[in-house]
Design a binder for this molecule. Structure first.
Ligand code: ADP
Ligand code: MG
Length: 458
């Protein structure tokens, strides 16, 4: 066993920092150590179980790539949680706790009784709970962090920043935290609002000299702000929010934020507000995989008192990959249709209904258009994308074009290769796989692909 120098790990971290967001880097990478290398296996100590999971599922390839540059004999990485005995509790406020052990239904009877209806002033909607939120690998981190906060608001991740595309469950989760906090402690003051409401109330306060604006937000124990992206460009409101944030944060009040983008990607966010938002923990929610989509459908159907057969569930899960809101919409449509006709929903009914949905796709979408739009998005010439050039700024757009040819037109790999002037179709396979993977792991790629898709169907 050899003991690696800390300098090597520092080099690795320095390099990784360049390709990561500030929040990701400080939350996950900064507290790590490389402790040993044994028979090609590097052992990296991470502070907690959350981090271990993040590294295993999200960052392993990235870390491996950089590590191998410096230590070519390393072939695998083993992530271990720093044992609590050896960890020093130096920075209490930033410390990430072990994963909470919460089981649905584990609450005591007295807690159940204290459940109270949402008051309109809290902005909470009781229909959103942890119990009816289905957990899969696309959202389990966000779910665990939210549960941890619900147990002890204000002591852990503060602020907690949950981001992800539309209809993926952000509002559901952050509302569930609010509901749980009130359930656990009915006297706790929780306020949920959209940042749009915040903006509007702030403008009213200035225009009509309405009073009580600041107090309303500063006198709460937990402030949940949804759709934070709407605060973009509104400088005065951002400033007001910045002060609210500071007041709450200084007094250990919990702040939870939902947004369709991570702080660094919200345009025109003032630098100081951005840095505040990155203080705590930022976690993204992604589109759930097929199995989780099936589980969501089953849960929703059974909540409506209907047992869907497996084939119908799989058909819906297979065909709706955009977001959960649409998945839910399709299911409701199917259930309503079946109920009206007094029939049991099955695959052929679903096919009939979804067929309509699919017709909205332009029939004329051609491989050329996909390549053109992709090139345009990256401000490249079509002939560059179709050339043999290997420059990175061309390679990635080319891979994205290949991915879109596959996902939108279901073209075969040889045809995809052919469209892009490649002879060998293994390049196309490799490219499509690579983009599929980076869509899961990397916010930027996801955004790029989504934007091009929007252009294609606009
Ligand atoms: P977002 O705020 O991210 O746009 P929402 O929280 O409004 O999305 O979710 C859209 C719909 O999908 C809601 O009805 C929500 O209850 C449901 N939903 C989202 N994620 C899940 C999940 N994991 N389990 C059950 N329902 C979910
Ligand atoms: Mg929402």
């Amino acid at each position: 066993m050899e003991k690696p120098s800390t300098a090597v790990w520092k080099l690795v971290l320095d390099e990784l920092e360049l390709s990561l967001s500030h929040a990701n880097f400080t939350t996950w990478f900064k507290p790590t150590k490389l402790t040993s290398i044994d028979d090609g296996t590097a052992t990296v100590v991470v502070p907690n179980i959350f981090a271990k999971r993040q590294f295993e599922v999200k960052f392993n390839d990235q870390v491996m790539q950089v590590l191998q540059k410096h230590l070519s004999n390393v072939t695998s990485i083993y992530y271990v949680v720093e044992s609590s005995a050896t960890s020093r509790r130096s920075s209490v406020s930033r410390e990430i706790p072990a994963e909470p052990q919460l089981q649905p239904g584990s609450q005591s009877a007295s807690q159940t009784q204290s459940r109270r209806p949402a008051t309109s002033t809290s902005g909470l909607n009781p229909k959103y709970s942890f119990e009816n939120f289905i957990v899969g690998s696309s959202n389990d981190l966000a779910y665990s962090a939210c549960q941890a906060i619900a147990v002890e608001p204000g002591t852990k991740y503060n602020p907690l920043f949950i981001y992800g595309g539309v209809g993926l469950g952000k509002t559901h989760l952050i509302q569930a935290v609010g509901n749980k906090i009130v359930e656990n402690n009915p006297s706790s003051r929780v306020l949920y609002i959209s940042s749009e409401t915040f903006v509007k109330e702030f403008l009213d306060h200035i225009r009509f000299k309405k009073t009580g604006f600041g107090d309303k937000y500063r006198n709460v124990d937990t402030l949940i702000i949804d759709d934070m992206q709407f605060i973009a460009g509104k400088e005065k409101t951002q400033e007001e929010f910045f002060h609210t944030f500071n007041t709450l944060h200084q007094t250990n009040k919990q702040i939870i934020i939902g947004s369709d983008k991570p702080p660094r990607s919200i345009p025109t966010l003032t630098e100081r507000l951005r840095s505040r938002l990155e203080w705590g923990m930022a976690i993204d929610i992604q589109m759930p995989d097929f199995e989780t989509r099936c589980a969501i459908l089953e849960a929703k159907a059974s909540a409506s008192g209907v047992e869907l057969d497996r084939a119908t569930t799989e058909f819906l899960a297979e065909n709706i990959k955009t977001n959960i809101r649409e998945l839910e919409g399709a299911l409701n449509q199917l259930l309503a249709y079946a109920e009206m006709r007094g029939i049991t929903p099955d695959v052929s009914t679903a096919e009939g209904l979804l067929g309509d949905v699919r017709k909205h796709r332009p029939a004329h979408l051609s491989p050329r258009q996909i390549i053109d739009k992709t090139a345009k998005h990256f401000q490249l010439d079509v002939k560059d994308i179709c050339s043999a050039r290997r420059d990175k700024y061309i390679v990635v757009p080319r891979q994205i074009a290949m991915y879109l040819l596959r996902s939108e037109l279901h073209m075969s790999f040889p045809r995809i290769a052919n469209e892009l002037g490649r002879k060998d179709h293994t390049t196309a396979i490799h490219s499509v796989e690579k983009i599929e993977k980076s869509i899961k792991l990397d916010y930027t790629t996801r955004e790029q692909v989504a934007t091009i898709r929007e252009m294609l169907y606009a």
